[in-house]
Design a protein around this ligand. Sequence first.
Ligand code: ATP
Ligand code: MG
Length: 247
Amino acid sequence: MISIRNLYKSFGNHRVLEDISLDIEKGETTVVIGQSGVGKSVLIKHIMGLLKPDRGAIFVDGDDITKYDNKQMKEYLQRFGILFQNAALFDSMSVGENVGFPLREHTNLSDKEIRARVAEKLQVVGLAGIEDMLPSELSGGMRKRVGLARAIALDPEIMIFDEPTTGLDPVMSDAIDNLVIETQERLNLTNVVISHDIAGTFKIAHKVAMLYDCRLIEVGTPEEFRNSPNPVVQQFLARKAEGPIKI
Ligand SMILES: Nc1ncnc2c1ncn2[C@@H]1O[C@H](COP(=O)(O)OP(=O)(O)OP(=O)(O)O)[C@@H](O)[C@H]1O
Ligand SMILES: [Mg+2]
């Protein structure tokens, strides 16, 4: 679905991405892992067209989106749903208003249709009937799920998850991972996930891509990662400070 080809990006003298090539398959979950500050968010922003590369191309359905003008880019962005790290709910709005917000902004649906769509999306994330609650009344896990309901409100093709389980307990993390898998299968989404959670990554990923020192040093299935002979990969998976990784 998305083919990244020989992508380079620097900010001033600071090189972040170097010769990145990656294929993101339709209907699969691709997880990008790597140290803090390595460039995961920068890579995702290129996929969404929010940053332009210095060199390289990103083909989506055969089109190089790095060449899109503003109007084409706006249409392209409509194909994405995004779950931010902090869920980014509007605290002054109820859950129902939060999930309905993109529908009110981007569609001509009636109030009744919006209410029905909101109810359906809350059902998908296992939170049916909580429309009238306020974000401040929700646990972290519930906030994430409401954020997911809002992200899928416009029926996106591609879902971007920036660290969906960071800050959650292990049980809630696993529940969110299950939801990532369920929504992906149910809505036939193409998922791109940034994660620091190795166990979760192995559970949800069809494909894992590891960024290190500006480059993708390993791309493969969870099985291929576990068996990787690369000492950098093995150090990261073992979550050890000792090893070849520069801190
Ligand atoms: N707009 C920008 N202008 C200048 N530098 C930037 C910009 N965006 C990102 N960077 C730099 O690019 C590098 C990679 O940042 P990025 O946010 O992609 O890291 P990350 O891998 O997502 O880290 P984390 O896991 O902590 O979120 C950092 O050194 C950051 O300072
Ligand atoms: Mg980041």
